[in-house]
Design a protein around this ligand. Structure first.
Ligand SMILES: NC(=O)c1ccc[n+]([C@@H]2O[C@H](COP(=O)([O-])OP(=O)(O)OC[C@H]3O[C@@H](n4cnc5c(N)ncnc54)[C@H](O)[C@@H]3O)[C@@H](O)[C@H]2O)c1
Ligand SMILES: [Fe+2]
Length: 365
């Protein structure tokens, strides 16, 4: 078969410990004069301190929830209008960056957030420039056109070019304060992005290279970052792994483990990374083929079996939930039905219907 692909990565990336110090300069470089900073709650004091040195920061919105809600977007967009801001900066984990992306997308034309969320109207054609600054090493949201937002219990992954950040400032120093369990959850999310981008039905060569390197970096650094959060070298490598993980799935999209993560997050309240990791080693075994063997060898492993065992060992180390018993009372029919019908399941290289998913989950009893 002839080799053909279309690769695109439109985000300018500024990577390095201390790179957050360039925020003022970068806000000006994207042509903004007044911006709204959306940030994690614990970062609010830091951003308020920055505000004294960066006059372009017009307002700060820090009311972002985990599994961010649309109401946060609506409030942030209101603040953009009230302060006449012309750009949005998101400094935080995936929840914060996704809120900032959605806000930048709707605020310029004052579009109806709920109608856009529900697909009743298209997202506006013009939006405000947006800078993404990750403070966890996991989602890769800084380089994807994805925003994951919930409205009530409905959690939606919206894939739209309108969400592509203008610029990513990746400063691993910002991740030094991430607690161990979140370090593990987010690190395994990065691993899931890399593996699923690689085995996705839409995989392609440049994304594959990012995936192989991301898997290698996670295997070499996640345990250290988990055990000693102050280890800057491990944090730097994990931030790079998360960035490359984002670039691995940005075009091919994720597959089975992310499809299963939605019911696991919605009904059993697992944080995103933990929910993806729940089935990741099972999917390594299900999707094992020659291509995956190649990735394993290039990432320094003996093969797919070792990869599955290493993922399991990382989950065990952090005490993540790994069995159905850990989830409490499980509605198996609903879990399998919801996972099977999730659109990302169609990206999995091995077709998985409800019955096959039941086998997967039964083996995790
Ligand atoms: N847009 C995308 O491409 C994409 C990809 C994967 C996941 N997601 C979404 O991102 C969200 C998960 O993001 P996440 O895993 O980064 O978690 P998160 O943003 O929900 O943050 C988890 C917790 O860590 C805290 N935190 C963040 N940075 C910290 C720091 N430096 N020090 C201390 N605490 C810190 C947060 O306040 C929060 O309590 C989910 O909604 C998921 O669906 C989006
Ligand atoms: Fe993810």
């Amino acid at each position: 078969m002839a080799l053909e692909f279309l690769y695109r990565q439109p985000v300018r990336i500024r990577f390095g410990t201390g790179s957050i110090r360039a925020l003022g300069e970068e806000i000006r470089s994207i042509g903004a004069t007044r911006c709204l900073v959306v940030c994690d709650r614990f970062l609010r004091p830091t951003v308020e301190a920055m505000q004294k040195e960066i006059p372009e920061i017009a307002a700060v919105f820090s009311d972002v929830e985990e599994n961010p809600q649309l109401r946060g977007v609506i409030e942030a967009a209101k603040l953009v209008r009230e302060t006449h801001a012309d750009a949005v900066v998101g400094i935080g984990g995936g929840s914060t960056m996704d809120t900032a992306k959605f806000t930048a997308a709707i605020a310029r034309e004052n579009a109806d957030a709920l109608a856009c969320f529900q697909g009743g109207i298209p997202f506006p054609e013009t939006r405000f420039p947006m800078i993404a600054v990750p403070t966890t090493a996991g989602t890769g949201s800084e380089v994807t056109q994805v925003s994951v937002i919930s409205h009530g219990r409905e959690k939606k992954t919206i894939n739209n070019p309108v969400f592509m950040p203008t610029l990513a400032i990746v400063d691993p120093g910002l991740t030094l304060t991430v607690p161990p369990r979140t370090t593990m959850n987010t690190g395994l999310d990065a691993m899931a992005h890399a593996l699923e981008g690689y085995w996705s039905k839409n995989h392609q060569p440049i994304s594959d290279l990012c995936a192989i390197e991301a898997v290698r970096l996670v295997l070499e650094n996640l345990e250290t970052a988990y055990r000693d959060g102050t280890n800057l070298a491990a944090r730097e490598n994990m931030s790079l792994a998360a960035l490359l993980g984002g670039m691995s799935f940005a075009l091919p999209k994720t597959a089975g483990s992310h499809a299963c993560s939605y019911p696991l997050s919605e009904d059993y309240h697992l944080p995103h990374g933990e929910a993806c990791a729940f089935t990741l080693d099972s999917f390594v075994r299900i999707n094992a083929d020659e291509r995956l063997e190649t990735l394993c060898k290039k990432a320094g492993l003996s093969g797919t079996e070792e990869l599955a065992e290493r993922i399991k060992a990382l989950k065990k180390l952090a005490g993540l939930r790994m069995t159905l018993a850990d989830l409490g009372e499980v509605d198996m029919d609903k879990l399998c039905r919801d996972a099977a019908k999730h659109p990302l399941m169609r990206n999995n290289p091995v077709a998985m219907d409800e019955a096959e998913l039941r086998n997967l989950f039964e083996a995790l009893k």
